[in-house]
Design a protein around this ligand. Structure first.
Ligand SMILES: [Fe+2]
Length: 302
């Protein structure tokens, strides 16, 4: 059950309209690493989770992500302030004529810069990424296994953080920057919560459902043996001391693959018969002409 609290989680104040930056912020609204994707990811995981502490945490974070979606929509709305009245009136009044004649001026540039948020969205955030691609459930990679899902959740938070970092670098607006900094910080907090939830599971690596084949768990196959950097990867992972890797040269240790029977399959010979039959009916070519046992009409027999 959800209640709507009229206040935002953190104050959003935008200093000046900026349709181009509003378009970039859509990436955090309806993009693959945006707030809606995060909320749906954690809600669906929570509803399928039987471990009560994990379920509780997932529901808390999912609900917070929805409040971040609300904040992002307010940032985008603020960045379009002024466009909703003056600019949209101007656009809807005559852009088809003026734009096509190249007389759109500043409005034309702002409309192109903002793309979907202004022309298609009428000044409000739409559920697309910054390029206009619609939000899709395919963004959620949940597989229903806590060890895999928690690791993916940590990665999702890291991606969202990277995205906020880029937006902050590009943000020209002090007010929007303050709200974006809060949102970026919460991604770090969520990342730590998921790390903690993973640590709370004993023997969390690797998954114990099927134990791996110990002959290969610590083998580092050196797939390139030439060039200056050929040992750098092995040196890096073994220097960490987490596991003892044994370096071995890459080799093909299996058998040769079974190649398919070169004889035509029953299905392919049936298809060929149908093609021959169709050819014969449409061109009145005889079976002998098709299979080569009889010369085609107009061709002299040797
Ligand atoms: Fe988050």
């Amino acid at each position: 059950m959800f209640f709507h609290n009229k206040k935002l989680q953190y104050t959003v104040h935008v200093d000046a309209p900026n349709p181009a930056f509003a378009k970039m912020c859509l990436e955090q609204f309806g993009g693959p690493n945006g707030e809606l994707a995060a909320a749906m990811r954690y809600f669906t995981q929570a509803w399928a989770e039987s471990d009560l502490p994990r379920r509780d945490m997932l529901l808390d974070i999912a609900t917070e992500e929805l409040s971040h979606l609300e904040m992002i929509s307010q940032i985008i709305g603020g960045l379009l302030k002024g466009t909703k009245t003056a600019m949209i009136d101007e656009l809807e009044g005559g852009y088809l004529g003026d734009f096509l004649e190249g007389k759109g001026g500043d409005y034309e540039k702002a409309a192109w810069d903002s793309g979907t948020v202004l022309l298609a969205g009428g000044g409000g955030a739409r559920l697309t990424d910054s390029m206009g691609a619609p939000w899709t459930a395919a963004y959620i990679d949940t597989i229903g296994h806590p060890l895999a899902d928690l690791r993916s959740d940590i990665a999702a938070e890291a991606r969202a953080k990277a995205l906020y970092d880029r937006l902050l670098k590009l943000c020209p607006d002090a007010g929007a920057k303050d709200a974006l900094t809060f949102l970026m910080t919460r991604e770090v907090a969520h990342q730590k919560m998921f790390e903690s939830a993973l640590a709370a599971i004993p023997n969390n690596f690797p998954s114990s459902n099927y134990p791996p084949d110990e002959r290969f768990t610590h083998a580092y196959f050196n797939e390139s043996t030439d060039g200056q950097a050929s040992d750098k990867g092995y040196d890096m992972v073994s220097a960490q001391g987490l596991w003892e890797f044994q370096k071995s040269e890459a080799k093909a240790g299996g058998n040769e693959p079974d190649l398919p029977d070169p004889k035509p399959s029953v299905a392919s010979s049936m298809i060929q018969q149908r093609i021959d039959e169709a050819l014969r009916q449409t061109s009145r070519v005889s079976q002998g002409e098709i299979d080569g046992s009889k010369p085609a009409v107009g061709v002299k027999a040797k």
